[in-house]
Design a protein around this ligand. Structure first.
Ligand SMILES: *Cc1c(COP(=O)(O)O)cnc(C)c1O
Length: 336
């Protein structure tokens, strides 16, 4: 194990910091914290908001609703712009809701992994910026997979994690923080310790970490980011994801099944499919073929499953999944 305070670790930190800025499309520092994506989300709440403060949470699925639950836990005055799961949040309705609530902080989810819908983040951010509201974006399953322009679109806080489009084992939460978000943090009175951005940023500037670093994940992330940014290129990676989505939707429909996730090119991260008995189907694919798909979240758990096509995958992998589905007993499928 490379020791996190040793000289050998510093160049790795420096290189990952540089590569992360490139992946997030920002000139701001991307803070790395040992934890998961949810921990990094919590860091955004406790650094930006204060108890009792109004926050507007835009949700159209499980992860959008998680922002609201989390902010309530920290005593914020939570207002929601809620949609049916899988729907697209509307910038015009966001504008109206910001006028109505006067919220100065907005939470958004770029790729809603519970439904497969990817929102028009650029348009939603334009509205936030018109109101001078600080945006907090869950980009955990979008960074590296679909276009995300942190600086150009004016996103303030962008949260990622190591284990999705960034193709690395779990263990790291990532957060890019704009100048406006740093200024907002100055006024925040929320208690915080482990997730304090200030401490993290001070150490990270010296290629160090305040607590023990997630060394193996950081070392792995350097290699994965080089694959993504140098070997393949971000644009090519986005095209590959979009091709996998297209192949998956076409294949599922050709098998006579119904696509639950949005049937359009934006849905490049995962494909949700309707099924008669999701638990049985998911288990069958794993035990019979070694193909791992996910059941639905919450209330959708029984009637749909999700085929992830994010990260270290190619259209060939989609073929394998489709082949396994084809060879599964049709009583498990819900034929159109
Ligand atoms: C996976 C995911 C999370 C949760 O991340 P963890 O690393 O499991 O804590 C949050 N939001 C979205 C959109 C995700 O895809």
């Amino acid at each position: 194990m490379v020791h996190h305070r040793s000289r050998a670790f510093k160049p790795i930190m420096l290189s990952v910091r540089t590569l992360l800025r490139e992946a997030f499309r920002t000139k701001n520092e991307v803070l790395m914290m040992a934890g998961t994506g949810t921990g990094a989300c919590e860091s955004a709440i406790v650094n930006v908001l204060s108890p009792g403060e109004t926050v507007l949470c835009v949700s159209a699925g499980h992860f959008g609703e998680t922002w609201a639950r989390m902010a309530r836990h920290f005593g914020c005055d939570v207002h929601c712009l809620s949609y049916m799961w899988g729907k697209q949040p509307d910038p015009i309705e966001l504008n109206a809701k910001l006028l109505e609530t006067g919220a100065k902080v907005v939470t958004l989810v770029h790729s809603e992994t519970s439904t497969g819908a990817v929102c028009d983040l650029e348009a939603l951010l334009r509205v936030c910026n018109k109101h001078g509201a600080v945006s907090i974006v869950d980009a955990i399953s979008s960074v590296g997979a679909v276009p995300l322009e942190t600086d150009r679109w004016g996103a303030d806080v962008v949260v990622g994690a190591s284990q999705k489009g960034l193709m690395t084992p779990p263990g790291l939460g990532l957060v890019s923080v704009s100048e406006r978000a740093w200024a907002k943090r100055e006024q925040s009175t929320m208690p915080r310790f482990y997730w304090d951005w200030n401490e993290l940023a001070q150490f990270q500037e010296r290629n160090d970490t305040p607590f023990t670093a997630a060394v193996p994940t950081i070392v792995g992330l350097e290699t994965a980011l080089r694959l993504l940014l140098d070997d393949e290129g971000l644009g090519a990676a986005h095209r590959r994801h979009s091709e996998m989505g297209e192949a998956c939707r076409q294949g599922v429909k050709a098998l006579g099944m119904r696509v639950w996730s949005p049937d359009d090119p934006s849905s490049a991260v995962l494909t949700a499919v309707e099924v008669g008995d999701a638990d049985q189907f998911v288990e069958h694919l794993e035990t019979r073929f070694g193909v791992i798909v996910a059941p639905g979240h919450g209330g959708l758990g029984k009637t749909m499953f999700r085929i992830g096509h994010i990260g270290y995958m190619t259209p060939m992998d989609i073929r394998v999944v489709l082949d396994a589905i084809l060879k599964s007993p049709s009583r498990n499928r819900r034929i159109r």
